[in-house]
Design a protein around this ligand. Sequence first.
Ligand code: SF4
Ligand code: SF4
Length: 419
Amino acid sequence: MGDYRELWKNLNMDLEKHDQLCAVLPDMYGSVYLTQENRPEGMNYFNFVVSEVHGLRPAELNEHKQKGGKVLGTFCVFVPDEVIFAANAIPVGLCAGSQFWVEDGEKHLPRNMCPLIKAAVGAKVSGTCPYFQSVDMIVGETTCDGKKKAWEILDEYVPVHVMDLPQMKRTKDYNMWMEEIKLFIEKVEELTGNKVTVENLKKGIEIANSKRRALKRLYDFRKMTPSPISGKDALLISQIAFYDDPARFVQKVNELCDELEERAKSLKSEGKKRIMITGTPMALPNWKLHDIIENLPAEVVVEETCTGTRYFENEVSTEGETIEDLIKNLADRYLNINCACFTPNTGRIDDIKRYVEEYKVDGVIYSNLSFCHSYSIEYRNVEKALKEAGIPIMNIETDYSTEDAGQIKTRVEAFLEMI
Ligand code: SF4
Ligand code: SF4
């Protein structure tokens, strides 16, 4: 990594502690990613992004801020990035996936909480994440109780705007979500000093759609047998989508896809079992489950998660002449996301079944972050529906620590033998 100490100092980071974090990532990345044989050349860009994860992009954010631009941190795929782009601001996904931050999070939160929330709070309070240090505002949402209450803690460190996400999908909920998007537009206009217009909102929609299209193209290759890209690599790309420069990201994903098109012609199936992961998000650098599965070996061919299909499926329409038209288009697309914080959430089961067909899945692994109640409770209905349809499924509840890796490996091994 280049020398970014000056930047980190200006961001008020705890440099000593940050050094400890930076010391673990290269080894971890090396053992999970660089040990893969015959990787596509196009993955070199994503290797580079990870090697520069706390330097290059934060430096770009800093440059944007120097010119008067704003940076907004988000935690959920329901927050419409389109509005942020429209106001010439930059969205960054702040979901935290490292065990390193959990301890600091536990100083402010109960221990029996989802590691994603603990790590997010830990990343901020420890001053060891340049993205958290760069944001001018955090955009929260009322999805699960844990996040809802964590905003009150984060608000002591950085301004937080909370979007009140409905938890049902009736007409009144659509109307409420449109109102929330309107309020969000006002908030973003106030922060940036830039007006959101029909023209720039359409441009914002185009930017977000171009990312979705590139990811969809990538995921379509995973429908092939064998997939020309590993599940681990695809997951990494999805994680990087949350903070990389959109235009560069789209270009690099498309270059990789061009390569995959050629590569697919000469690959022969080794008969590996094809696995779907469904469940809670896997924020960078949470590669634990994919790593265990693909080392067995089997291949993860799709993730029905927010670091997977829920992030890129369905584009926002640019049809319409008024801001209201576009807000309706946004609400239509976003309320089509099937997260377990909704009740009922039968659409998720339909999605899972559809992906089983499309990606020719042999078995589904339900991945649940410890103490995520919504997803944990929803397992029952998903299991029932999949069993009725004759689709093998297993449940894994885990956090970011590596202590249970051996046990998970044994259970997945048994599952693979059974399917
Ligand atoms: S799982 Fe639900 S709450 Fe979490 S990021 Fe996805 S949509 Fe948002
Ligand atoms: S994984 Fe579950 S508990 Fe954790 S932030 Fe997402 S919805 Fe909340």
